[in-house]
Design a binder for this molecule. Structure first.
Ligand code: NAP
Length: 543
């Protein structure tokens, strides 16, 4: 629908398309938001920078990319037909399988006709006369929407450190978070990987098997647990599908939104022998469930140290060269930075064609035409891979010029850290919603159920507003302040808030350090969201 609308200063008129909802991003959040919005009979459009759906799984197509949440749980549950019919082949799905699933969902629910690909949203400006959002895209489209929903993801704005000389470099340059669509093969090449986070840890064994020589530039070593990935057992799948609803319901009672056993014992309450047995059993089982060995690992430093010691011993047992093993051994809190999950990571350092370079002592100084220079030498390289992570949680939101009431920018409002009510909404920005925004459990949970809960909350809210003749919803300042205070308070209870991780924005120069996700757990958070609704949108003003 298109009609003539008067602009703010009333001096000119323009023809601007009117939509009910604009959704930014066609990852799992944007796709479900579109589906639910259309079910309500509202007009909606998704703008997506890429040329396909999938978000994280569209961009992170580096070799070895794999989800570390089990496939049977890392999937939508809104459609029972979908979850019954879709067949995952591996315990932990590789990126191509997840992207295939995203494509299937887009086709199955006929989503593509309302997604405009290859289009970045440049700005979203709240028009105080129309009480609607004026949205402008990179290719000059302008639309007006009653609601603007940011489905931009938590780890979607790649961070590339600004090394001097990068533009002079003559070799190939890649970022794991923006991997090309064509196959890249490093056979016969000298390759450098900067970083040793999850993305590097997954891709290094593959690069090592291809490259002539692989140099891994490590600033801080990381803890990683073997994935023990395997084909899914058809009998186990059958059993899950016989009571999928049961598994989903159990998952919703767990802090991380995953059906995993909850530990009842503390590490220090057990004998050293029993403790070792429990760590060994979790280790053999593989994956992030390792941290569920004991209930106090993320709350007591001495308990945490027992888990860290166990993993360090595994590194010494796996890596042949004692000096390399020592360099690969982290000495910080395990699980404070996001725990990594790997397939053959430490083993890769036993290969003659892999060198570990410690750039904590000998930092990367610059990039030359031929390679990378640390303060001790030059490493000639044919390709450099930045596995340097993301401007997490706020990066993708602040990449869009978002302006609310009185022209206030979101960047300005969040200059001392993100401030939201429930991670869904922020004062002064009416009818703007964030899916898995800062202040919500998001990255500390299984993302899919968290996304679904947010989408359902937002669409229920829009339904309520329409039924009650309301045009605008805005978080109250006091409710937002209380929520931000609560998010900070709970964060202080966990060791997770104590280290220099992307959870606190420490990986981005100049970013304010504040623990961004809500660590109170999925069930508590959902209870709060439901309470707000039951009390007529307590903490919001509807007008
Ligand atoms: P990351 O965890 O932030 O790791 C970035 C790495 O780059 C770190 O080792 C960091 O070192 C290094 N680095 C950054 N700037 C540097 C510089 N100037 N010089 C040298 N080293 C530098 O990023 P990521 O590996 O992409 O992972 C981000 C998150 O994405 C993960 O934590 C996870 O939540 C998610 N992810 C999930 C999966 C999965 O499901 N399996 C896979 C990949 C990613 P410092 O530690 O010293 O800063």
């Amino acid at each position: 629908m298109s009609y003539t609308q008067q602009s703010k200063d009333c001096s000119e008129t323009s023809s601007v398309e009117q939509l009910e909802v604009v959704i930014v991003g066609a990852g799992f959040a944007g796709m479900y938001m579109l589906h639910r919005t259309r079910q309500l009979g509202l007009s909606a459009r998704v703008y997506e920078t890429g040329n396909g759906v999938g978000g994280t799984w569209y961009w992170n197509r580096y070799p070895g990319a794999r989800c570390d949440v089990e496939s049977m749980q890392y999937s939508y549950q809104f459609s029972d037909e979908l979850q019954q019919e879709w067949e995952w082949s591996e315990k932990y799905s590789p990126q191509p399988d997840i992207l295939r699933y995203a494509d299937h969902v887009a086709d199955r629910f006929d989503l593509r006709r309302d997604i405009q690909f290859n289009t970045r949203v440049k700005s979203a400006i709240f028009n105080e006369i129309t009480r609607r959002w004026d949205i402008e895209t990179s290719n000059g489209n302008q639309v007006s929407a009653a609601f603007c929903v940011m489905a931009t993801g938590c780890l979607s704005s790649p961070n590339t450190p600004e090394f001097v000389g990068l533009s002079d470099y003559k070799g190939e340059v890649y970022h794991t978070g923006k991997w090309p669509q064509e196959d890249i093969d490093f056979s016969g090449m000298r390759v450098g990987v900067i970083g040793t986070g999850s993305s590097a840890i997954q891709s290094i064994p593959i690069f090592a098997s291809q490259a002539d020589h692989l140099y891994v530039f490590q600033r801080t070593p990381n803890y990683t647990i073997p994935a023990r990935n395997a084909p899914l057992d058809p009998e186990e799948v059958k059993e899950i599908k016989a009571d999928y609803a049961g598994l989903r319901a159990r998952a919703k009672t767990k802090p991380v939104g995953l059906d995993l056993p909850i530990p009842t014992q503390g590490a220090l309450e057990t004998s050293p022998e029993d403790r070792f047995q429990e760590f060994e059993s979790k280790w053999q089982n593989g994956g992030v469930g390792f941290m569920a060995a004991f209930k106090d690992l993320l709350f007591e430093e001495t308990a945490n140290e027992t888990a860290a010691d166990f993993v360090r011993q595994k590194i010494r047992e796996t890596v042949d060269d004692p000096k390399t093993a020592e360099l690969l051994s982290p000495n910080n809190i395990i699980g404070c930075k996001r725990l990594c999950v790997d397939t053959g990571y430490w083993e890769a350092f036993n290969r003659a064609n892999v060198s570990l370079i410690d750039v904590s002592r000998s930092p990367i100084e610059r990039i030359s035409e031929n390679g990378l220079i640390t303060d001790s030498r030059e490493y000639p390289l044919d390709a450099i891979v930045f596995a340097t992570g993301f401007d997490a949680m706020t990066g993708a939101l602040l990449n869009v010029d978002i302006r609310g009431c009185d022209g206030r920018t979101l960047k300005d409002k969040w200059s001392k850290g993100p401030k939201t009510y429930l991670g869904l909404s922020t004062t002064d920005f009416p009818n703007l919603f964030t899916i898995t925004g800062p202040g919500s459990p998001s990255v500390l949970t299984n993302m899919l159920p968290s996304i679904e809960q947010h989408v359902e909350w937002i669409t229920d809210c829009i339904t309520y507003m329409r039924a009650n003749g309301m045009q605008c919803i805005e978080a109250n300042q006091e409710a937002e302040n209380d929520w931000v205070e609560h998010v900070n308070q709970v964060a202080r209870l966990s060791l997770r808030s104590t280290c220099s991780s992307w959870y606190v924005g420490a990986n981005i120069e100049g970013k304010v350090r504040v623990f961004m996700p809500y660590i109170g757990g999925f069930p508590k958070y959902v209870e709060k969201c439901n309470e707000v609704v039951a009390n007529d949108y307590d903490g919001f003003t509807l007008s």
